[in-house]
Design a protein. Structure first.
Lengths: 200, 200
DNA sequence: TGTTACCGAGCGATCGCTCGGTAGGTTCTA
DNA sequence: TAGAACCTACCGAGCGATCGCTCGGTAACA
């Protein structure tokens, strides 16, 4: 871990959202019933509706907490990394890797259930994703402008980097293989290479 | 396009599978009803069951056609690229990019609906994905062994590369931005960098 | 006397799927 | 070569189960 951790060790999710998350991760949003969520939360069906207005609202809560934490952590990571572009880039990648490894289930669900979001919740979620993408793009472009990186296609590289990090939530399991710290070290190196870091 | 195309221009899908694909791409497997598929295919509900035993069978068909085409095209791409490791690597990446751009909807659905597959169909699909992943890993490792690549973590790099290519199916639209050929040229470069190609 | 935190029962809608057909073409006998 | 028999390719109607959600409560606490 090159930088101090900016992410919480647990996401601030209510017990119901946490139970729903476990269900969504296995069966997806449409494949999960309110009764399954209630059972996973140790409540009855009306017990769920005491806290949430609809099944959709639970998914919306999950997405907003996840993207809110990711974006604020990413901004803080960049802020606290100092002035050096490469440091800020590394800090952002480290934050992204930690998020997608530590919270693999939330990351996976909020990514794969984008299309299950309705109307304004969908619009807000897409805006948040775009914002996160812009943080990456801005750093890659700044790196290219200052000759820290030599990627001919900064925007595509930025997309590649976010795909690499999001991909982690698809396969990483903390109980086998690398620790999150080792994983992020490896991926900081990989993402630097992807941006064609001008090794000095 | 550096290599002759090894992928078909259309996937060999029945009209019903094609209609189901359109529905799944918008609403997901569990979010799509048989009635929607029937309507999209211009048939009645029993008309669907004349050709498929169940809704699940349609998804299975989609997954098997997609992975079958991808794997056989990938193997042919590598075969026909000659003996040079970098050529074989480039040919595989080009094939992956073409697949995920030209057939973005199938690629996206078969990837995001893995968890909707049941039993043996799931096992077969995961085996196919592992096989495809091994094609990438083998080439990155061979490249590292022969000093064509200098990635310290070939297996993680291979995963990064497949994440980059799969990611394309999430955002690429053929009617705006780069053509598939331009896109694959950009991504061959990006993936070479990700594997830390020893530029000569 | 509210308010919070729930639950048992069940409503109307919709789900995947099936039943019993029919229309039109092909094949098989007499 | 007529007609019976059999296919393939569907469809209208509807079955039983389950869906998201709600109603009218109750028990505990303020």
């Amino acid at each position: 871990m090159k930088f101090p951790r900016v992410l919480p060790h647990e996401l601030p999710l209510s017990p119901i959202s946490r139970a729903a998350l476990r269900c969504f991760a296995v069966n997806g949003y449409h494949g999960t019933t309110i009764r399954q969520i209630a059972s996973a939360a140790g409540l009855s069906v009306p017990g769920i509706y005491h806290y949430f207005g609809s099944k959709q609202d639970i998914l919306v809560d999950l997405c907003e907490v996840a993207m809110g934490e990711l974006i604020s952590a990413s901004e803080r990571a960049i802020d606290e990394a100092g002035v050096n572009v490469l440091d800020r880039f590394d800090a952002l990648v480290e934050c992204l890797v930690q998020f997608h490894a530590d919270f693999a289930d939330v990351a996976f669900v909020t990514f794969s259930e984008i299309r299950s979001l309705k109307d304004e919740a969908l619009v807000r979620h897409l805006a948040a994703r775009r914002r996160e993408q812009e943080l990456i793009t801005a750093l890659v472009e700044e790196g290219v402008e200052t000759s820290v990186f030599q990627a001919p296609d900064p925007r595509h590289v930025a997309r590649a980097i976010s795909s690499i990090c999001i991909g982690i939530s698809q396969w990483y399991r903390s109980d086998q293989g690398l620790s999150v710290d080792e994983l992020s070290e490896v991926h900081v190196r990989i993402c630097r290479d992807t941006a064609r870091w001008a090794r000095t």
